[in-house]
Design a binder for this molecule. Structure first.
Ligand code: SF4
Length: 468
């Protein structure tokens, strides 16, 4: 007899409450197909509740992972959604985009047998709970009458708004883009994060009383002074949007693109957004070289493949072991046909009016630098030219401090990151006491989940500053 995929849910006696919960699990299987439905249920059952929840410690927001896995195993979907939201403001998004192999799943006790697929279960919990009518429970929240302006609707800003709302503080979130999400919407490709998921999160947050004011650039469309006048505090979660360049010859040639404008233009096209300031970059039929080994490089690889590039090669100056990108994304890129060239450092982008190739030199790893990572050293006499008619530069991002920071006493560090108090009375307070900041603009370009964590922590700093 064929094994029933949900057999672990079978119960000895009738229990109407539990049966209703089981129906929710089965319903998930119908929506997402038998693989995902069965997987979510069976994965939850694989957790050993080992008593050493390394997964929780490795998770940047310290999710109560074994606890919500146990709730799913018991069929308590809505309770799992409530618990999941106690520590994470965007669980369905982190479940999709976190590099779990480096975080929670990488430290799962049964990793050698194949870790519990924590990310998949996490996204399932919110996806399915919302589909069945679950909404954040705001019934016990008392309005404090305090209001906070949030600049930037990326992960840090959304997380701050979520925690403030749960503490009775209303917030208005401003963003320059036409939709919320920041890089979640206008950076991460749709094949990794479906944009309907971000829109769904927007609806949930609006349901909690959070207001979004989009297509509005603070400092241009609305002066920062007005925020200081109209609100009790301000949170800055403006991310890092300036692309890092290699500083070598040929980066200005026709056919050479920064990663972010390329990814944004592709998302605009896929989402049907028209903006003359965002021209579409189409790499169909091109021989593409991607420079950089982080997750943005992997996003470029996989987007170029989907656009129909003739070939996509990805050059990285260290070896595969030392790539900063998620292992899963590297594997996905390989599976989709990307050729990796490890230990290759770009020296120059060559061409006349247009790019024709990238001159690279082989490297070997030398001594570790101050960051603990072994430094690549070039091997003389190993230069070669990789033919290319399009090059994507994905060396990462750095902060772009707004000109009005200085006018309002918001100090930045030499790196361009905003200076905040980490141990002071009000965590994440900037040098302007009424202004807080968090996420990439404070810690430098990092993961979605670390921005969520900092947005949440900053919201607690704001709550303490407001005395609520
Ligand atoms: Fe894992 Fe990320 Fe979810 Fe934490 S937030 S449990 S690291 S997928």
């Amino acid at each position: 007899m064929a094994e029933h995929p949900l057999q672990f849910l079978e119960i000895p006696r009738r229990d109407p409450e539990k049966e209703a919960a089981e129906t929710r699990i089965r319903h998930f299987g119908e929506i997402y197909g038998s693989y995902d439905g069965a997987d979510a249920a069976s994965q939850a059952g694989r957790c050993l509740s080992c008593g050493n929840p390394y997964c929780e410690w490795k998770c940047p927001v310290h999710n109560y992972i074994p606890n919500w896995l146990a709730l799913i195993e018991e069929g308590k979907l809505f309770e799992a959604a409530d618990l999941s939201h106690q520590t994470n403001s965007l669980p369905e998004i982190c479940g999709r985009v976190c590099p779990q192999d480096r975080l929670c799943e990488g430290d799962c006790t049964i990793n050698e047998m194949g870790a519990v697929s924590i990310g998949n279960v996490e996204r399932y919990i919110t996806d399915e709970a919302v589909a069945q009518g679950w909404r954040p429970d705001m019934s016990g929240v008392v309005d404090t009458g305090k209001r906070v302006a949030i600049v930037g609707a990326g992960p840090a800003g959304l997380a701050a708004a979520d925690v403030l709302a749960r503490n009775g503080v209303r917030s208005v979130v401003y963003d320059a883009y036409p939709e919320i999400g920041g890089l979640l919407t206008f950076g991460i490709p749709p094949f990794k994060l479906e944009k309907r998921v971000v829109r769904q999160r927007r609806a949930l947050l609006e349901g909690m009383g959070i207001e979004f004011v989009l297509n509005t650039r603070i400092g241009e469309d609305k002066p920062f002074d007005e925020l200081l006048d109209e609100f009790d505090a301000v949170f800055l979660g403006m991310g890092t949007y300036s692309c890092v360049h290699g500083g070598f010859q040929g980066e200005e040639l026709d056919g050479v693109y920064d990663a972010l404008p390329y990814l944004i233009s592709n998302i605009y096209r896929e989402e049907g957004i028209e903006d003359p300031a965002v021209p579409h970059i189409d790499l169909a039929g091109r021989n593409v070289v991607v420079l950089g080994g982080g997750d943005t490089g992997m996003d470029c690889n996989r987007t170029a493949i989907r656009q129909g590039a003739q070939s996509v090669s990805c050059a990285y100056r260290r070896d595969e072991e030392n790539m900063p990108g998620s292992r899963r994304e590297v594997a996905n890129s390989k599976e989709e046909g990307v050729k990796f060239l490890f230990n290759r450092q770009p020296l120059e982008i060559v061409g006349g009016d247009r790019v024709t190739g990238v001159k690279v030199i082989e490297t070997r790893l030398g001594e570790a630098g101050s960051d603990g990572r072994r430094r690549p050293e070039t091997v003389p006499g190993t230069e070669e030219i990789l033919p290319a008619d399009a090059v994507l530069i994905a060396f990462g991002f750095r902060p772009s401090p707004a000109p009005w920071f200085e006018d309002h006493g918001i100090d930045i560090l030499p790196s361009g990151r905003v200076r905040v108090s980490s141990l002071g009375e009000h965590p994440f307070q900037t040098t302007n006491p009424k202004v807080f900041a968090g996420g990439d603009m404070v810690r430098g370009s990092d993961l979605v989940v670390t921005a969520v964590f900092e947005g949440r922590e900053a919201a607690m700093g704001i709550a303490s500053y407001l005395g609520v």
